[in-house]
Design a protein around this ligand. Structure first.
Ligand SMILES: CC(C)(COP(=O)(O)OP(=O)(O)OC[C@H]1O[C@@H](n2cnc3c(N)ncnc32)[C@H](O)[C@@H]1OP(=O)(O)O)[C@@H](O)C(=O)NCCC(=O)NCCS
Length: 155
């Protein structure tokens, strides 16, 4: 596989680094089994079938990002993003997240939000690289008592 750094533009990166490119799961389509498996691997439990207001973007077999969308408010929340462990650190998380951000902006969702475990250095680095800014903290938010850091991105 090409490394993303060897390609000059984001579009070329997307095509060459991953031949199938980023895809959006069609409304009503079944969540592929590999997404469920990766969900369990990354988070310990898989989420249910997407609700009507949710959207899923995929790098087939390797990564997914799940969003809750509120088009009328121009907002969306990143619920989960995961890259297969064997493919982490190769720039795929960034390719996927940037593709989601572009499509959401095209659909008028310019204000993006997320929460993340304060200790999740890889995710926090990814969000920083993709233009997100820290905007708050929810102390003891997670069941194990860990804080959630809040991030936002305005296009
Ligand atoms: C977070 C995650 C999606 C990142 O995906 P990835 O493909 O490994 O990320 P990339 O290779 O695109 O790297 C993006 C940035 O994060 C940095 N990064 C990646 N892994 C890192 C790590 N383990 N520690 C520190 N920084 C890391 C990269 O250096 C890069 O930053 P840069 O552009 O400033 O150099 C992936 O680690 C993952 O699936 N984690 C488990 C699920 C999870 O925690 N999701 C987030 C909460 S919903």
């Amino acid at each position: 596989m090409e490394t993303p750094d060897s390609n000059p533009s984001p579009g070329a990166r997307e095509t060459q680094a991953f031949p199938e490119g980023v895809k959006r799961l069609e409304a009503g389509a079944l969540v592929p089994d590999w997404v469920t498996r990766l969900d369990r691997t990354a988070f310990g439990a898989a989420w249910k079938h997407p609700a009507e207001h949710e959207a899923l973007w995929l790098l087939p077999e390797v990564a997914f990002a799940r969003w809750a969308c509120i088009p009328a408010a121009g907002e969306a929340e990143l619920l989960r993003i995961a890259v297969d462990p064997a493919h982490r650190g190769g720039g795929l998380g960034r390719i996927l997240l940037e593709a989601c951000q572009r499509e959401l902006a095209e659909e008028g969702m310019l204000r993006l939000y997320l929460e993340v475990r304060a200790s999740n250095a890889a995710a926090i680095r990814l969000y920083g690289a993709c233009g997100w800014e820290r905007c708050g903290l929810r102390p003891g938010y997670y069941p194990d008592g860990e804080d959630a850091a809040l991030y936002q991105r305005m296009s």
